[in-house]
Design a protein around this ligand. Sequence first.
Ligand code: KMH
Ligand code: ZN
Length: 274
Amino acid sequence: MSLGTLITVAPTGAEHAKADVPALPVTLEELVSTARSCEQVGAAMIHVHIRGADAKPSLDLGLLKATVEALRAETGLVVQLSTGGSVHDPEADRLRVLEAMPDSASCTMGTVNFGDDVFMNRWEFIVALHKGMQERGIVPEYEIFDIGQLASLQRLLDQHGLPAGGHVHVDFVMGVPGGMPGDARTLVAAVNALPDGATFSATGIGRTTLPVMFTALGAGGHLRVGMEDTISYSRGVPVRDNAQLVARAAGLAKIAQRPPLSPDEARKVLGVHI
Ligand code: KMH
Ligand code: ZN
């Protein structure tokens, strides 16, 4: 396990509306400016969902390519595109995300209830994503919403081999209504079920953000924070911006004697080519 802490920022997501959360970055300009300020305070990777001109979630390939290009030009961050999209996105559009050639992409390891919706991830689709990333040299981050999905990850690795980069990195997304709860005992159980040699980050949705963050640091894991997952800084206090969440995570990582990794250090951990 690496000594430092990889901090990923997930600044936008697909669930919050700009009208409800004005600080949410939705244009390319807002995203790049957010990425820069988050890098300055300790982020090493960015998990990107883009929005269209109407501020609604989009998987437009041209815009995805422009986003990867702009983030590479303006920041040193590891650029991870979401293949999860929104719960309404078709599989073909989600697979096409890989054509934008990010450094990394998410790969959710199973279907999960997602509030009142269903976040669909069929086995054949997971295999297609995994192979698509292997072929293109894109490093996956396996998103785990429930503990049983770790058994699916082991099955995937057994049947289809290691991912591009040769290293397995997992992100636990905890506290989604329908998924695993965001608490210490569940995170410890999930860490105990990781494939050998895997690294992990964790994020807790909403009010589970702090217990998950403290537990992840104590368990030697990495952190994901951002307005995709959390729009309240504390009870009744809206998040000012994504950098505020990254700065809090970086401060706690330093207190834990596991200071934030630079983007290049993160690339080494993840197996992303420099
Ligand atoms: N928006 C969620 C339905 C991912 O980015 O890969 C799925 C999600 C996971 O956010
Ligand atoms: Zn996401």
